[in-house]
Design a protein around this ligand. Structure first.
Ligand code: DAH
Length: 341
């Protein structure tokens, strides 16, 4: 009997050495120590053992059980340690590996310029308003003092929807919409798309953007216009950039002026961009024609006003050194990437 218990003990201990996963270990434990296990069955067979021998046999079995239990517990903690190490190894993160660069999006340069322009003008007390892109001929031309057969209609190659409706050729009709619905004082800017039947090239596009300004109050003079545009030029392009007014003609302003800004690229010294003149033409402006005021229901004896309109792509490209207007529309990611903040 003793030999049998020792055999079970030794066999179990040597089998333990070859085991290196928890599942096999548990199987061995059940086979030897379980209810129907090898060692337990000796206790069950106690009936056949002579009564005086029973305490001895019981002691052998209990000692063997304790030895085996200890060995199993030891083996178990060794296996668990190994398994944990393996798991940690698998979960390990190599913090020295190069990371994949997350590419952040960016605002489109036109959006950036628009936001800046609106900031500049609202900062001077202008209210930003919008008007429709599909516009009545009445607002786009008639109220802007460009009657049918007026030669100025040819200058702006118009997309007609029908006889009375056009794709607006400028943002000036927003002036008429505001003047016919509000009373002075008026101080608005309007930004948006305009349409002209032009071939696309480096400086033209059939769709582009304008920013329009209108101020109407008592005693508004050309000096107010000049002061406003000087401030705008300085805020957009920095100190040292100023305006130059040249006499011009627009049907809706009298007198009218085309306005140049100091070339932002060379600060007026002369370069390729300003064709060595030091100036860049960026906008049209003038004192609102009294005829326009009257047509829109504003008393031209009491009130006067100034207005201006500018091409925003131009301002944007000067600001960001973009040589061709088409870059702004093609949405080529290689171009847009340059504007990531
Ligand atoms: N509407 C003109 C154009 O598209 C630009 C312009 C000139 C607007 C003079 C004005 C202005 O408000 O006073 O060419």
């Amino acid at each position: 009997m003793q030999a049998k218990v020792m055999e079970i003990t030794n066999n179990t201990l040597s089998e333990l050495k070859g085991i290196n996963d928890s599942q096999a270990l548990e199987q061995l434990r059940v086979r030897v120590l379980g209810k129907k296990g090898e060692l337990t069955s000796i206790l069950r067979g106690m009936g056949q053992v002579a009564p005086e021998m029973r305490p001895m046999v019981g002691q052998w079995v209990n000692e063997a059980r304790a030895t085996i239990e200890n060995a199993i517990a030891e083996a178990q903690s060794a296996i668990q340690k190994k398994e944990k190490e393996k798991r940690l190894e698998k979960e390990a993160i190599d913090v020295t590996l190069p990371v994949n660069e997350r590419s952040a999006g960016s605002l489109h340069p036109m959006t950036m310029v628009l936001e800046e322009l609106l900031d500049i003008f609202t900062g001077m007390g202008f209210e930003a308003v919008e008007g429709p892109e599909v516009e009545y001929d009445h607002y786009n031309f008639e109220l802007m003092n460009i009657p049918k057969n007026h030669p100025a209609r040819d200058a702006q190659d118009t997309f007609y929807v029908d006889d009375n409706i056009v794709l607006r050729t400028h943002t000036s009709p927003v002036q008429a919409r505001i003047m016919t619905t509000r009373k002075p004082p008026i101080r608005i800017v309007s930004f948006g798309r305009v349409y002209r039947a032009d071939e696309a090239d480096a400086t033209h596009s059939p769709v582009f953007h304008q920013l329009e300004g209108l101020v109407i109050d008592e005693n508004i003079s050309m000096g107010d216009l000049k002061g406003t545009l000087d401030t705008f030029a300085r805020r957009l392009y920095g100190d040292g950039v100023t305006t130059r007014f040249r006499p011009s003609f627009f049907p809706f302003t009298e007198p009218s002026a085309e306005v140049d800004l100091t070339c932002a690229a060379c600060r007026g010294k002369g370069c390729r961009i300003c064709k060595d003149t030091g100036w860049i033409e960026v906008l049209g402006s003038g004192m609102v024609n009294p005829k326009v005021l009257e047509m829109c229901g504003i008393d031209s004896k009491k009130y006067s006003g100034f207005a201006f309109g500018m091409g925003v792509e131009r301002l944007c490209n000067l600001k960001y050194n973009v040589p061709d207007m088409r870059y702004l529309y093609e949405n080529d990611i290689r171009f847009l990437k340059h504007f990531r903040g």
